[in-house]
Design a protein. Structure first.
Length: 340
């Protein structure tokens, strides 16, 4: 036995003793247990049973799986957002969880924001799988079996927003306080005016859509709890708690601005592009499964959702999402004529 092995056994003994455990029993367990396999670790068999189409159209599988892929990237983003909000985890040399760190460092914040940005950039790029990757005729058929479900009901998407910015920034444009004024409303009031509740009202009656009612019944309480919990630990608050010098770091400002663009312009625009490709037609646009007035609801230029307005000039805010929208609309005219 080499010196290193002895050292390791000693460390193991210390580890188990510190918890009042007998290392011998654990060594028996190690002798008897099976080797780990990839498929068990990744839960591959379970993962591959999670695609259950509602119709026989083959392209529905693409629709389901791409949504699932997106939700996993959202999960990754939320994992990093939690790390930011809690200052990052301290793990001891022996692998023990030593709890959250006392303070957030600018380096950690930049590194984690960059990760989230890379997830959203992967999603934005891969959205072509939705935009061009299904037969329009199949999509228009199988979507009718999915009513009233809609990606609108993605709770993780709403959680990413809540962890990234103060709630007042998520209030619908028409219900926001004037720039420079303080929003004195309670978190509950702001939540009532959140942009997506306003977006999901039936045009004719002003009543809430069924899609929204069901979403609220399942998630309102959880989202409100989260909004309260993140009042003093969302990304903006964490950034503002850094020293003045750290707040001026160009790489940090760049990472925050990039997050704003990724979540509030680039991803929404690729998503909007799919809606245009599948739902727009010369004969009149198809209604969305979630019942929103999607042509007015989805474009970032009209929503003007901005996580960090302080980091943008007035001029930049005035043109929020515009260039892109024009590009998407221009392409949609071409698509419409080639589809037709
Ligand atoms: C062919 C593909 C897609 C089309 C045509 C489409 C269409 C729509 C439409 C029309 C809406 C507005 C709400 C409604 O009335 O239903 C919406 C919302 C939404 N969809 Fe999709 N969608 C597609 C793919 C996806 C994918 C892959 C995701 C990933 C999870 C997704 C996530 C969302 C989210 C988060 C919203 C809410 C956006 C907001 O509130 O600003 N969608 N979608």
């Amino acid at each position: 036995m080499t010196e290193t092995d002895e050292e390791k056994i000693k460390k193991l003994q210390e580890k188990y003793e510190s918890m009042g455990q007998d290392i011998n029993a654990y060594l028996d367990g190690l002798l008897l247990s099976n080797y780990l396999t990839y498929w068990d670790y990744i839960h591959l068999d379970t993962l591959l049973t999670l695609q259950n189409p509602k119709t026989d159209y083959p392209d529905e599988q693409i629709f389901i799986m791409y949504h699932q892929i997106t939700e996993l990237y959202f999960r990754l983003s939320l994992h990093e957002l939690e790390q930011i909000s809690m200052n990052g985890k301290e793990i001891g040399d022996n692998g023990h969880d030593l709890g959250w760190r006392e303070t957030l460092t600018a380096d950690f914040l930049v590194a984690r924001l960059k990760r989230i940005n890379s997830y959203f950039e992967a999603l934005t790029k891969s959205f072509e799988i939705m935009v061009q990757g299904m037969e329009k005729d199949q999509f228009l058929k199988f979507r009718m079996a999915l009513l009233p479900a809609s990606g609108f009901q993605s709770a993780q998407y709403r959680m990413i927003e809540i962890s990234s910015t103060p709630m007042e920034r998520l209030v619908a444009k028409a219900a926001r306080v004037q720039a420079g004024e303080k929003d004195e409303r309670s978190i509950e009031e702001q939540f009532e005016h959140i942009y997506w509740k306003q977006g999901a009202t039936e045009l004719a009656t002003g009543a809430k859509t069924l899609t929204l009612k069901q979403f609220e019944a399942k998630y309102s309480e959880k989202l409100l709890q989260m909004a309260k919990a993140y009042l003093d630990k969302n990304v903006w608050v964490k950034y503002r708690e850094l020293s003045d010098a750290d707040q001026q770091r160009p790489d940090l400002i760049q990472a925050l601005r990039q997050l704003d663009v990724n979540v509030n312009i680039n991803w929404p625009l690729m998503h909007y592009k799919s809606a245009v490709r599948y739902l727009a037609s010369k004969e009149g646009d198809a209604p969305a499964t979630g019942g929103t007035n999607w042509q007015k609801y989805l474009p970032p230029r009209l929503q003007l959702r901005v996580f960090y307005p302080e980091l943008w000039s007035e001029e930049e805010l005035k043109h929020w999402g515009k260039v892109w929208v024009e590009e998407v609309l221009a392409e949609s005219v071409t698509t419409k004529s080639s589809d037709g």
